[in-house]
Design a protein. Structure first.
Length: 406
């Protein structure tokens, strides 16, 4: 884990094999060549972040790490921080897995989840309000293991905590293709930050977390102590992973890696997103530029698009530095898409056309047949990737660019 309290310089050493970056655009800079060293000097943005490869097979091979930047109030707070980095893992080579997922025909054995309907926007008798899991495609691959801090529930990390103490969970979904439910079990929690940005506290014991997203949850431990599993449950399936918080002398029991029943789909109606409110929202100002991006695709053939196009024939989104920009993601497919913008944080300002002053994020989960509008102030002049954080979707072209001019 990397922890920063002040502006810093990070050094990166390239270990990318030849041609590994094929299909990934050089935005805002080319991928590191093998043996290359590159330094970045920047003022770190406070919050729970992570750093990872955007070459799909490398991210699927767990090339990722937390990047925690603490605010002064974090350093002064009387609470223990626990970082949880979630992953999905196949024991087979990532290139083989990605080829199987994106092959588009057959492949229903060897981990592929069979899907028998098209994804052109047909609801198969459902609506977004009453959408059943059968009308959606939740998972397109069954991974061999689901990890929390590189461990399964067969041998979970056990974190020593104080009786009656306060814990801040900094949770990062670093998986390639898995949405998780975060279940705090017997401990009531408070969500206090999304993607590194503080929100007004939202009480709960179960929160959804899409790929690329981060969520900070505060917990208060009972004075009598005990052992408290913090579980990450795979949506639409029975698999789960997690860690255990345990006070001194507590008995830690073994947990099964599967639940008795499948966990539900995450946030089909955007209920969770509607609850989140930025603690410090964007300044109120007129929108200078608006754009809408249509999210589409299908399982057979396996192809995912923005505005009907993949990378290479994409339509860039443009803005000038300093402009207030509103972007609407309209998902007409039957899979959810965690849409991620590089180099910026945005605020969620409308859900299915209903205005709100929502959370500040850099990755927003857009359910099937839904619309999410975000607002941002265009930053540094550069070409920034804008893409789905589901790695097989990215690999098949579900990305465009946010081109900011001076």
């Amino acid at each position: 884990m990397n922890e920063l309290d002040t502006p810093t310089i990070l050094h990166w050493h390239g270990q990318i094999p030849p041609n590994a970056q094929d299909g990934v655009p050089d935005m805002p800079q080319p991928a590191l060549a093998s043996g290359e060293r590159r330094s970045f000097d920047f003022a770190a943005t406070p919050g729970t972040h992570w750093m990872h490869s955007h070459i799909p097979v490398q991210e699927m091979e767990l090339l990722a790490a937390p990047l925690i930047v603490r605010r002064p109030e974090d350093l002064a707070a009387d609470r223990q921080e626990v970082v949880i980095l979630l992953h999905d893992l196949s024991f087979r080579p990532a290139e083989e897995v990605l080829a199987e997922i994106t092959g588009g025909t057959g492949g229903m054995g060897h981990g592929m989840v069979g899907m028998g309907h098209d994804m052109s926007g047909t609801m198969h008798g459902g609506t977004t309000d009453g959408m059943s899991m059968g009308a959606m495609d939740l998972n397109d691959f069954n991974f061999d293991a689901y990890l929390a801090n590189d461990r399964t529930l067969a041998d979970p990390q056990v974190v020593a905590v104080d009786k009656g103490g306060r814990v801040l969970l900094r949770i990062i979904n670093g998986s390639a293709a898995t949405v998780f439910w975060i279940d705090t079990g017997a401990l009531p929690g408070r969500a206090v930050a999304t993607d590194g940005n503080p929100i007004q506290p939202v009480a709960g014991m179960r929160f959804g977390l899409a790929m690329g997203q981060r969520l900070d949850i505060e917990l208060d431990l009972p004075p009598e102590g005990g052992a408290f599993p913090i579980l990450a449950q795979r949506e639409g399936a029975v698999e789960r992973t997690g860690i255990i918080l345990a006070s001194k002398g507590a008995t830690v029991e073994r947990l099964a890696a599967t639940s008795d029943a499948a966990h539900p789909a995450f946030s089909v109606d955007l209920t969770q997103e509607a609850q989140f409110r930025a603690l410090v929202p964007l300044a109120d100002r007129p929108v200078d530029r608006s754009d809408s991006l249509m999210l589409g695709g299908s399982m057979m053939p396996y192809l995912w698009t923005i505005d009907g196009q993949g990378w290479g024939s994409h339509r860039p989104v443009t803005a000038r530095s300093g402009e207030r920009v509103a972007l609407t993601f309209h998902n007409m497919s039957m899979m959810a898409h965690p849409m991620h913008l590089h180099g910026h944080h945005f605020q969620v300002v409308a859900l299915n056309g209903r205005a709100l002053s929502g959370a500040l994020r850099d990755t927003v989960h857009v359910p099937p047949m839904s619309m999410v509008t975000v607002a941002l102030d265009a930053g540094e002049a550069a070409r920034w990737m804008l893409h789905c954080h589901h790695m097989p979707h990215l690999a098949t072209g579900m990305m465009t660019e946010f081109v900011v001019s001076a």
